[in-house]
Write a protein that binds this ligand. Structure first.
Ligand code: IMP
Length: 393
């Protein structure tokens, strides 16, 4: 028998919950919501969005544009040290206001007026990687591991704390209380939660480890709430729609890290291909591809075979013998700024409906409910013969 077999409660995903409404005063619905959050102790960003440290997601172009919109890009570490440091440098040297057009939220700038950027590190070459990233001007570090509750992570966090005490470090990924207590105990300034639930992820499928994201975030944020010194929780993976974002934030995440959401955008590093080219490459998908899709964008996991063009990619998973991610496509969705504005509008409206005007107020006030499968049937369009698809972003 296992030490414990948990039959109840089941592990839940974010899409199984709904957010209750509360009294919304007129002033609240008219006021500008405060979306600023800490992603590490003493380190705030202006909107609760981080882009995933992935080859298909966070290159310098996307990181710079996200910082202009108030969020934080995390450059991937599945590449040689010098090229990661160069990407950090490129963000720090990018104009804060490209083309002088207006941005919906306050741009995320450092004390010298440069765009803020994060970078991922692994638990193998940190002694060389961290100095190079610090030299390039990185603002915050993230340990990139699918299973962060390990001695390797402890050594990595302690190295950064001892040698670069001014650079905040977020540990992860973890999915339970033990992970929170260990990472924070080792000195992490924040934790990242999620395993087995990313849209390109096959981790749980191939080796069983993982947990429904809602359950992981609830357990980790409840444990965090009991810490003697508060630290942020970032929900990472399995968050694609504004609805899932609202639930992740309501149940206790301070911020969300997104892969697929950003991979679909113009600024993401993957190639954009037309419907015709796609169908030429994959004729078997003809007839199955949604007729409204004109362009697609490549999206591959850090644990996919494709990511392993650089040997550093294996460090996230601690092995190089089998894949834990796939290599695929998403629907192309256009420029970041447009998509993010629409998504933020949905999140603010949802917060106001729940009577909250900031993420911390949302944590205090939110009443989140597990919905029955039958009631979830009615969340999507139902009982119509035909309708026009609306954007989900
Ligand atoms: P998404 O937002 O659902 O696409 O998930 C993105 C997250 O999935 C990343 O931030 C990582 O934590 C995780 N991830 C990235 N690559 C892989 C992979 O190849 N396998 C499993 N998880 C991955």
């Amino acid at each position: 028998m296992a030490r414990e077999v948990v039959l109840q409660p089941l592990a839940y995903s974010l899409s199984e919950f709904t957010l209750d409404t509360a009294y919304t005063a007129r002033e609240l619905s008219k006021s500008q919501a405060d979306l600023s959050v800490a992603v590490a102790r003493g380190f705030k960003i202006n909107i609760p969005f981080l882009s995933a440290a992935m080859q298909a997601v966070t290159g310098p172009e996307l990181a710079a544009e996200l910082a202009r919109c108030g969020g934080l890009g995390v450059i991937y570490c599945s590449q040689p040290i010098l090229s990661e440091a160069e990407m950090v440098r490129r963000v720090k040297a990018a104009p804060p206001n490209a083309d002088n057009y207006s941005y919906p939220f306050k741009t995320l700038l450092d004390a010298q007026g440069r765009l803020v950027v994060g970078a991922a590190i692994n638990t193998k070459d940190y002694a060389e990687r961290v100095p190079a990233l610090a030299e390039a001007g990185v603002d915050i570090l993230f340990v990139d591991s699918s299973h962060g509750n390990t001695d390797y992570q402890k050594e990595t966090i302690q190295f950064v704390k001892q040698n670069y005490p001014l650079v905040p470090i977020v540990g992860g990924n973890i999915i339970n209380s033990d992970g929170v207590n260990n990472l924070i105990g080792w000195g992490a300034d924040g934790v990242k939660v999620g395993m087995g639930i990313g849209s390109i992820c096959i981790t749980t499928d191939v080796k069983a480890t993982g947990k429904g994201q809602a359950s992981a975030v609830m357990e980790c944020s409840a444990t965090r709430d009991k810490l003697p010194e508060w630290a942020p929780v970032i929900a990472d993976g399995g968050i694609g729609t504004a609805r899932e974002m609202c639930i992740a934030l309501a149940i206790g995440a301070d911020a969300i890290m997104l892969g697929k959401y950003f991979a679909r955008l113009e600024e993401a590093p993957g190639n954009k291909i037309s419907r015709d080219d796609f169908l030429r490459m994959y004729p078997a998908t003809n007839g199955k591809l949604d007729p409204s899709i004109e362009y697609l964008k490549e999206y591959w996991g850090e644990g996919s075979l494709r990511a392993r063009i650089h040997q550093e990619a294996q460090y996230r998973y601690g092995q190089n013998e089998f894949a834990e991610g796939v290599d695929g496509y998403t629907e192309y969705a256009g420029p970041l700024k447009e998509n993010l504005s629409r998504t933020l509008a949905k999140i603010i409206k949802s917060m106001h409906d729940a009577g909250a005007n900031s993420i911390s107020e949302l944590h205090e006030k939110a009443i989140v409910r597990l919905a029955s499968a039958r009631s979830m049937n009615e969340v999507g369009v139902h009982d119509l013969i035909s309708y026009k698809k609306v954007s989900l972003s």
